[in-house]
Design a protein around this ligand. Sequence first.
Ligand SMILES: [Zn+2]
Length: 123
Amino acid sequence: MDDDWMRDWGKLDDIAYNVCGGQSPGTCPICMIGELRFYYHAFKSNLGLSPRCALWVWCSHCRRGGIAHGIGAMSWWEWADPLDEVKLAELRKDPPLTKHLNRMWEENLIRHDVPTNPAKLKK
Ligand SMILES: [Zn+2]
């Protein structure tokens, strides 16, 4: 059952932007059961575009997902990225991307903690 992943345009998008600020996403606000998972990717600027980055958030329990996109590069996000442009493009041919990200999370290919955002510490 991979076709029941759904995009949530409201709360989970907001939480994705919060993670970009260095917050842990916490419990899913939709089902109140799942701990939210996340993945950050910085796209390379090989098309003459400025680097564009995105951060996905999803719940493996109710299978809702959100995204923060068009965000600036987060240099403090120091974890190694398990996906390069080619691999990510391959996964996107078999949507939704979230099911692949969730599998990678469960295989520990994606780190489960948010790195420390130095801007957040100054507040
Ligand atoms: Zn949920």
